[in-house]
Design a binder for this molecule. Structure first.
Ligand code: GTP
Ligand code: MG
Length: 371
């Protein structure tokens, strides 16, 4: 090979190598550019331009409304324990009747009402030839519904002008809480509510009421601590018309029904509340079910003092003494209008005899003790 040919070949190889290197570098830069421009892999089901969103908080789930029979669990269990032994028997003998009596007494129906109920049951069981314990339980159930049903439950409103409802009761029964619960119902029904803080006895009482008023969207009229409660009622009823309130709910201080001066003060509040003819539509006695038979004595004293038109029986969710409701209705002929089943605004129910008794006579699995 001549030296010239060798030089040409060497230059050719060199040029080819340079071209290959240049091509390789170009391709790798292009690949890099493409890589940089590529969007992040799209999440499944989204469009190519979707941007990954931060994980969304799950929507708030309202807790399921507790069933009546769950809220009445303690009284229901008390009844079921005694009546359960009854349904295990073969005939309606003396021991079967003892079980019925025990069930009623354990549920705090009270001696007088229990004995009246038993007399009626015996008469019915005999005319209806009841022989099976199951039939006896069914008869008891029907008898209780009959005793509790048929009374006017609705709260009344004045024909014209603002309505006044007065709330009375001993200390801590749930008057203020019940006012909040009922105010919420009124407001939900399109009737603006005004709360009158006529409990001027405790410094915190008006604050507690005002707090509830704010929560449920009601108006409030209050005075100084120690002010005359009658004057608060007077001002509230006066203000109601101007402020467009449909109903004035008067909160009073808890008072011992045995204290004469306190009951006299209540009579005065009552007189002022009925100053405008037709305005005072309800005097509601709030009774704490956990006090059981004591509620009956309270009912008598308050009914004598201010003519109670209805009872709100509270705290049925925490007691085995729910049977007291029968005693109140039987002994005083005062209708139970509402029942309290907890501390929240929504924990108030219009009393309905059928569903109440159904709940009491149901087993935890939902079956009834006797159909
Ligand atoms: N579990 C339960 N608690 C309730 C119910 N009603 C009221 N309470 C509670 O009972 C307590 C007393 O309630 P209040 O409404 O302040 O009672 P009050 O009758 O106004 O009390 P005084 O003004 O002191 O006489 C509070 O802790 C309430 O949350 C109810 O139906 N169930
Ligand atoms: Mg109160």
């Amino acid at each position: 090979m001549s030296p010239t040919l060798a030089a040409v070949l060497l230059i050719g190889i060199f040029v080819l190598a340079a071209a290959l290197i240049w091509l390789g570098l170009g391709l790798s830069r292009r690949a890099k550019r493409l890589e940089d421009a590529e969007p992040p892999p799209a999440a499944e089901g989204r469009g190519p331009t979707a941007v990954a969103a931060p994980p969304a908080a799950p929507p708030p789930v309202a807790p399921p409304a507790p069933r009546l029979r769950d809220r009445l669990g303690k009284t229901r269990a008390a009844l079921a324990r005694s009546l359960g032994t009854l349904t295990g028997r073969r005939t309606v003998d003396d021991e079967a009747w003892d079980s019925v009596e025990e069930a009623l007494l354990v549920a705090d129906v009270g001696v007088a009402t229990t004995s009246r109920l038993l007399d009626e049951l015996r008469a019915r069981a005999s005319t209806e030839h009841v022989q099976e314990p199951e039939q006896l339980v069914a008869l008891l159930r029907a008898q209780i519904v009959e005793d509790l049903a048929g009374r006017d439950r609705s709260l009344h409103h004045a024909a014209d002008g603002p309505t006044v409802w007065l709330f009375v009761g001993v200390n801590g029964t749930g008057k203020t809480t019940t006012i909040a619960k009922l105010a919420q119902r009124e407001i939900d029904a399109g009737r603006p509510a005004l709360m009158a803080a006529a409990d001027t006895f405790r410094a915190a009482a008006a604050d507690q009421l005002a707090h509830w008023a704010e929560r449920v969207g009601a108006d409030v009229v209050r005075g100084q601590e120690g002010a005359d409660p009658g004057s608060i009622v007077f001002d509230a009823v006066d203000a109601a018309g101007g402020r467009g309130a449909g109903v004035v709910l008067v909160d009073t201080a808890g008072r011992m029904h045995t204290k004469v001066n306190l009951m006299e003060e209540l009579k005065k509040i009552h007189r002022i509340a009925e100053r405008r003819p037709g305005a005072l539509q309800e005097v509601l006695l709030v009774i704490d079910a956990t006090t059981g038979q004591n509620g009956l004595t309270q009912a008598r004293q308050f009914a004598d003092a201010v003519g109670v038109t209805g009872v709100v029986l509270t705290k049925l969710d925490g007691t085995a003494k729910g049977g007291v409701i029968l005693g109140i209705v039987d002994q005083h002929k005062i209708p139970v209008r509402f029942i309290g089943l907890g501390e929240r605004v929504e924990d108030l129910r219009e009393f309905d005899a059928t569903s109440f008794v159904e709940a009491l006579f149901s087993k935890p699995n939902g079956e009834t003790l006797a159909a």
